[in-house]
Design a protein around this ligand. Structure first.
Ligand code: DAH
Length: 346
């Protein structure tokens, strides 16, 4: 029996396999139910008692070695196809998972690109702001409802005694970045400010407490409302397609005078009327206007010499119109089935 064990051991050690089929044959021959090693255990029953421990050890060692060999043979072929002798070149390639950008990033990048082509720079500001930059220097009267606790998340600072309880807050719009740019730079100014904003709103399909905006600001000598209109028209056509039309409706913002809201012709029906545009043919996309001279003066810019325009838009809203997304909450739920639909976008 010793000879038999040694022969099998030698054969196991010498064995070489070049594909999965040969490895499987090896397993059946040596370790399978009716294989050579299990049959040794059968024979072991008739070994005289005084030899049992010696023989037992040899057979067990053989079994361990054969199992290890099997594992290493399998490991050496891991990653190769089932059969190397048959290669089907027409077989579809393995699907490789690649990540994708979030639709909000896709649209934000697109907006940035369009304005960069017009020479706008990018400016950023803090998300935790003070009342001066979010409201006061933007000409919000002290009692303006936007300052209300209902809309604004206020932050109480523990470390500063002199800080008014309503002084530090999460910015409610990116217009605060306008103020920071104007405080630090003299015209000509031509910049956009993308960023996150926060409002104390109940979450629904149409409202969320966190969203994104892109703010725009252009200040120089002789900037007129016509410049604003032409800039926004260029943006609308680049963003929503060449047949897009725009219209400006009079509106009110404390920081612009005159102020307007811009609509684009409905991206679905092209203006004929459908349920997305509520049969008006128009979709509201942004707020804009000529920077109020008070704002220029508060920020250290000579309002007698310079004029400017500003605009602000919601990125989620622009993405909703572009991709026909009907619920704001989808952006924040991270449902892979939703996010995967934007895989091919840049
Ligand atoms: N800040 C405004 C908002 O959050 C949007 C806006 C409107 C920005 C008009 C502007 C503007 O710069 O001129 O609703």
């Amino acid at each position: 029996m010793i000879d038999k064990i040694n022969d099998i051991l030698k054969a196991v050690r010498d064995f070489k396999a070049s594909d999965h089929g040969e490895i499987e044959e090896f397993r059946i021959k040596y370790l399978g139910k009716k294989g050579l090693i299990p049959s040794l255990f059968q024979e072991f029953k008739s070994v005289p008692p005084h030899l049992k421990s010696e023989y037992g050890k040899l057979i067990n060692d053989l079994k361990d070695e054969a199992s290890e060999k099997l594992n290493s043979l399998r490991a050496s072929l891991a990653g190769t196809t089932e059969s190397t002798s048959f290669t089907d070149l027409t077989r579809p390639a393995k699907n490789m998972f690649t990540g994708c950008r979030h639709p909000v990033s896709v649209v934000r990048n697109e907006i940035i690109e369009i304005f960069q082509r017009l020479g706008f720079t990018i400016s950023e500001g803090p998300e935790i702001e003070d009342d001066d930059h979010v409201f006061t220097k933007l000409n919000f009267p002290p009692e303006h409802p936007a300052r209300d606790m209902q809309d604004t998340f206020y932050i109480k600072r523990q470390d500063r005694e002199d800080c008014r309880p309503d002084d530090i807050l999460l910015r409610t719009h990116t217009s605060s970045v306008q103020v920071r740019v104007m405080e630090n730079q003299q015209p000509p100014i031509r910049t956009i400010s993308p960023g996150r904003v926060f409002r104390n709103e109940a979450i629904s399909a149409r409202a969320h407490c966190i969203f994104h905006q892109v703010e725009g600001l252009y200040i120089d000598e002789n900037v007129s409302f016509a410049d604003l209109k032409q800039t926004l028209f260029y943006f609308a056509v680049e963003m929503f397609g060449k047949n897009t039309r725009i219209r400006l409706r009079p509106s009110y913002f404390p920081f612009t005078e005159p102020s307007a809201e811009m609509d684009v012709s409905c991206t679905i029906c092209g203006g004929k009327g459908c349920n997305v545009c509520k049969y008006t043919g128009w979709l509201e996309i942004l707020g804009c206007g000529m920077v109020d001279p008070n704002v220029l003066d508060y920020c250290g810019i000579d309002s007698k010499k310079y004029t400017g325009f500003a605009f602000g838009m919601g990125v989620e809203r622009a993405a909703m119109l572009k991709y026909q997304i009907n619920d704001l909450r989808l952006y924040f739920e991270n449902d892979i089935r939703f996010l995967h639909q934007f895989r091919s976008a840049f």
